[in-house]
Design a protein around this ligand. Structure first.
Ligand code: IPE
Ligand code: IPE
Ligand code: MG
Length: 253
């Protein structure tokens, strides 16, 4: 729990504290929510909120790298988000394209490896291409893994895994008796990634919104009222501080 005495500390002091504790979560997933409300509060179009949100992404990627988080998964665009007004979807897609193009060099220099999770094949050719380029340019980097969940839906991911599994059973590649949690995990989009230790959601909503349904089975949840464009390095470190005070029992005693 976040208490008064931690809140008075500066960003640097909290960072120091969490590094001293040592158990930095290996994999952090974030539902970056509240861009629209942030813009609305200022009488701006929703796209201005998304634009401000990109700046937060940069801050959080930098902060995660500094404290040696291994994987940062960001819920960037859900499959359901296609149903927003056309102009908003276009604005988000343009930001995605521009940010990937502009930040590629910096990701490369900062030793960040970019990967994606979701049905990328359904993005336009141009967007797929710029992502592929950034993924390929950063593929040998050994620092933070930045995983963008794009056109992602947790239920669709499970359905896609089941379809692939059924195909492999049909083709005698595996026997149905071999199917267990570990094998199933390998069929998910996140193949090879460990489950998130900590899931942060900004702007107060207490729901998963179809994010990492399988993977978050034992993930620690942290919800803050702060809107994504306002989410600071200090807020990020506070979430980790809170995580470090939890006892993860995994159903045991
Ligand atoms: C999150 O902010 C960004 C995306 C879903 C792409 P929202 O756009 O959902 O912001 P709110 O929830 O309407 O404030
Ligand atoms: C989840 O936020 C999706 C992303 C952050 C990309 P939403 O704003 O789409 O979720 P709901 O509508 O509040 O459930
Ligand atoms: Mg939202």
């Amino acid at each position: 729990m976040i208490t008064e005495n931690i809140l008075v500390l500066s960003e640097e002091e909290i960072k120091e504290k969490i590094l001293q504790k040592g158990n930095i979560p290996k994999h952090i997933a974030i539902i970056m929510d509240g861009n629209g409300r942030w813009a609305q509060k200022r009488g701006l179009p929703r796209s201005a909120g998304h634009q401000a949100g990109v700046k937060t992404v940069k801050r959080v990627v930098q902060a995660a790298g500094e404290i040696k988080v291994s994987i940062l998964t960001l819920f960037t665009f859900s499959t359901e988000n296609w149903e927003r007004p056309k102009s908003e979807v276009a604005a988000i897609m343009k930001l995605l394209y521009d940010a990937t193009r502009q930040e590629m060099k910096e990701l490369e220099e900062k030793n960040v490896r970019l990967i994606t999770t979701g049905r990328i094949d359904q993005l336009s050719f141009q967007r797929r291409n710029i992502l592929k380029k950034a993924i390929s340019r950063t593929k040998n980097n050994t620092g933070l893994v930045l995983n963008l969940a794009l056109n992602y839906s947790g239920r669709m991911e499970i359905i896609d895994a089941v379809k692939k599994l059924a195909q492999d059973v049909k083709n005698n590649k595996i026997k149905s008796g071999q199917i267990d949690e570990k094998l199933f995990h390998d069929y998910l989009y996140t193949d090879g990634l460990p489950d998130p230790d900590l899931l942060i959601r900004t702007s107060g909503e207490m729901r998963l919104s179809n994010f990492l349904l399988w993977q978050a089975a034992y993930t620690e949840l942290y919800v803050t009222e702060v809107l994504w464009p306002d989410f600071s390095e200090k807020d990020f470190y506070l979430a980790i501080w809170d995580y470090q005070t939890r006892e993860r029992r995994f159903g045991k005693v």
